[in-house]
Design a protein around this ligand. Structure first.
Ligand code: GLA
Length: 730
């Protein structure tokens, strides 16, 4: 709900549990007055105190009033060069060479519902479930208008932010920084949580207190990256899953980003999040506009659990555009870890036949089916089927798969090219490269310049030929290196600072075209696993291969970190063979199944090599997944323990929206000869209901399960797992 106090120029955004407030003050500066637990009917600007402080300048119109300084007061969208020395949100270079920005309130407008900005990903909602407020700020000297867009999704405690910069002058200007979100706090006694690490170990949480200066994470790799995720949390020092104030900030962007938190001299703090300023410079001709990507904030006064649930619900309902909306997605089998590049049609059909017999509904042919792609040094860019491997072509293979009662999917890596390819030989100038420098390779490949329309159009035609030439209902869109040598032949020297962002816009453009022309095709994002797992990609690819690490125990950590923001249905997760291909670990098949079915579930192994006992187990898993599909995909997700802190077991739980069903998942650690007796306290149940443990005569009240706990059995062997299904009695 948006509450406007026109007279006092106060804008209050209420969600179910939270309130966000801004106020335009006597000098038309837009101050941020409050963000936190819901408070109705208040002007919270009295919280802002200001006094004469040395070396904190006073705006000219304040005259002799030394008590007023931008450097002290919480700003809604921070400026630079005119008295606020903390992190700027926006920086401009004018024709006269100046870099100062001074923004003053001009007005506002309300819009119905909530639409993503054109060409960018974003949360969407109708007027029944979302509202939009646009606040207009202006730098009169620069003739620049800045629109601050706020989307309010009340039921989810979610507020989106986006920023549009319009050049209203007659000269060209250069935008050197344009953050999506600025969030000032009148406190700095908080922790910052970030989600980091590397390829094969993505999104590991890291937590630490703010300290004087700037703490930041980001990416300059051209992708959101395996190393840092564009999602951060600020929270009370003692916040945990169940209590404490937490502020989540998610950037819906798949390229270079930065999230920086600065603590100021007066023990306030500021989070600025948006496109990374490195090599970003956007030229705006008169009357042109630039829109910064969207950010989405969830504030939870009740700990991380509630924050995650709200993100999950909002992402599922208002961000994903899933062709299977309201229907079950089939369980998939992917041939990558089963065969790598070494396959032909017969081998693939064998894997598919085995899979079909086990209830698996989608066969995905991974890398290696096109051009001269027999290893990862050649063929990328040549999207013509390799007739030696698949003599009947894609159409014939797809038909075979269909006759097995399955859907057919393929892998592509549209943004890339190998030098050993027809495409590169024909268009060596189409790759990102700096004139006079030989470009760096990554995985033996170069990056196509997706900032260029002609390059994208060519690739799109190739993709269309493939997708229209056979019955294909799934596409794995991969991307296997970071960007280097970022320079485009399509732009002038002055505009080279636009390439990184135009590249991302190019990826979004092609994905949107695909979605439009092939609405039935489910696109799974992938970037060497989870190198581009972000809210931006999720708008186009409703599931993303979470990590190239398929080891169930490592996955517990990766999926745990991912779950803070992203719902399980978006997390591509497969059962693979043991010893695991990445780390040699051996885990029981049941454990691999339970871990993977807490995501977009599939198998990635040669099912023909499974024993009869293993096949029976897989058949049981697939059936179980289908039975609990709604709980697994749409249930509220609760982390019951942390794989980083507990070594005895890792547990998590899904609860149906009506609280009548729950699925508890537990994966134990290494065998303990004399294990301790553990009770697991559950969450999210209805305290008044009696729950029956499936397959037993045991009943427990919700109150008992949440306060006293459920007695875990002692287990034998390393990494065993169990799944407990609870259903309300009566
Ligand atoms: C990436 C993906 C894998 C697989 C290979 C194929 O590494 O993450 O799942 O598709 O590429 O080359």
């Amino acid at each position: 709900m948006i509450v406007l106090d026109r007279e006092n120029r106060i804008f209050t955004l209420h969600t179910l549990n939270t309130t966000y407030q801004m106020k335009a003050d006597q000098y038309n500066v837009l101050l941020h007055t409050y963000y936190g637990s819901r408070i109705d009917g208040c002007d919270l600007s009295a919280l802002i105190q200001c006094g004469d402080r040395s070396f904190t300048p006073n705006p000219n119109e304040a005259g002799s009033n030394r008590n007023y300084s931008l450097d002290v007061m919480p700003q809604e969208y921070s400026t630079c060069g005119v008295g606020d020395f903390r992190s700027p949100s926006v920086e401009l270079e004018l024709k006269n060479g100046s870099h100062t920005v001074d923004l003053r309130y001009k007005g506002f407008r309300l819009e119905k519902g909530k639409c993503p900005s054109e060409g960018l990903p974003g949360f969407y909602g109708t007027e029944d479930d979302a509202e939009t407020l646009v606040i207009l700020l202006k730098d009169a000297a620069a003739q620049v208008e800045i629109e601050l867009h706020y989307g309010i999704f009340e039921n989810y405690d979610l507020i989106t932010r986006a920023v549009r910069v319009v050049n209203q002058g007659t000269d060209e200007i250069r935008l050197c920084q344009c953050a999506s979100l600025c969030l000032d706090f009148l406190r700095d006694d908080m922790d910052l949580l970030t989600f980091n690490a590397r390829h094969l170990m993505e999104r590991c949480p890291d937590r630490g207190p703010l300290r004087p200066g700037i703490l930041s994470v980001g990416s300059v790799r051209g992708i959101s990256s395996h190393q840092h995720n564009p999602f951060v949390i600020l929270c009370d020092h003692d916040a945990d899953e169940d209590k404490g104030m937490c502020y989540g900030a998610m950037l819906l962007y798949s390229g270079n980003f930065e999230a920086a938190v600065e603590c100021s001299q007066f023990e306030n703090s500021r989070l600025v999040m948006g496109i990374h300023p490195y090599h970003f410079c956007w030229t705006l001709e008169p009357r042109q506009a630039f829109t910064a990507p969207e950010a989405a904030m969830v504030c939870s006064p009740d700990g991380f659990g509630q924050m995650s649930c709200q993100y999950h619900r909002a992402v599922r309902k208002h961000l994903l555009r899933d062709p299977y909306h309201g229907r079950q997605k089939p369980v998939l089998v992917n041939n990558w870890e089963a065969a790598y590049f070494d396959f032909n049609a017969d081998r693939l059909i064998d894997i598919a036949r085995e899979a079909a017999a086990l209830g698996i509904g989608l066969f995905v042919m991974d890398d290696g089916w096109f051009g001269t792609r027999n290893d990862d040094n050649s063929g990328l860019g040549d999207w013509q089927v390799n007739m030696e491997k698949l003599p009947g072509g894609l159409e014939d293979l797809a038909l075979h798969i269909k006759n097995l009662g399955m859907k057919f999917g393929i892998w592509m890596e549209p943004e890339m090219v190998n030098e050993n390819s027809h495409l590169y030989r024909a268009h060596p100038d189409w790759v990102l490269h700096v004139p006079g420098r030989a470009p760096s390779r990554g995985r033996g490949q170069l990056v196509l310049d997706f900032s260029r329309r002609d390059v994208r159009d060519y690739i799109y035609e190739q993709m269309k030929a493939i997708l229209s030439g056979a019955d294909i209902s799934y596409l794995k869109w991969d991307m296997n290196r970071s960007l280097t040598d970022v320079w485009s032949a399509g732009l002038s020297a002055q505009r080279q600072g636009e390439v990184y962002h135009r590249y991302v816009l190019g990826v979004y453009d092609l994905l949107e075209r695909l979605r439009h022309d092939y609405p039935h095709v489910l696109i799974e994002g992938c970037c060497g696993g989870g190198g581009r797992f972000d809210g931006g990609m999720l708008y186009y690819t409703p599931q993303i291969w979470c990590s190239d690490d398929t080891d169930a125990i490592d996955r517990l950590r990766i999926q745990y970190g991912t779950s803070f923001c992203y719902p399980a249905c978006t997390v591509g997760a497969h059962v693979s063979a043991v010893p695991n291909e990445q780390n040699g670990r051996v885990t029981p098949l049941n454990t691999r199944g339970i871990t993977a079915m807490n995501g977009a579930f599939g198998y990635e192994m040669d099912l023909g090599r499974c024993t009869m006992e293993e096949k029976n187990e897989i058949r049981r898993q697939v059936k179980n997944y289908k039975i609990h599909y709604d709980l697994l995909h749409y249930g509220d997700y609760y982390r019951l323990s942390s794989p980083y802190q507990d070594t005895a077991y890792t547990a998590w739980e899904q609860v149906s929206p009506d609280q009548r069903e729950a699925l508890v998942n537990v994966v134990f650690g290494c065998a303990d000869t004399v294990p301790l007796f553990c009770t697991l306290r559950l969450k999210g149940l209805d305290p008044a209901l009696q729950y029956q443990v499936d397959g037993t005569d045991s009943f427990y009240s919700g109150k008992a399960l949440m306060n006293a706990g459920y007695p875990l059995p002692s287990v034998q062997g390393d990494y065993t797992a169990l799944q407990i299904y609870l259903r309300a009695a009566g």
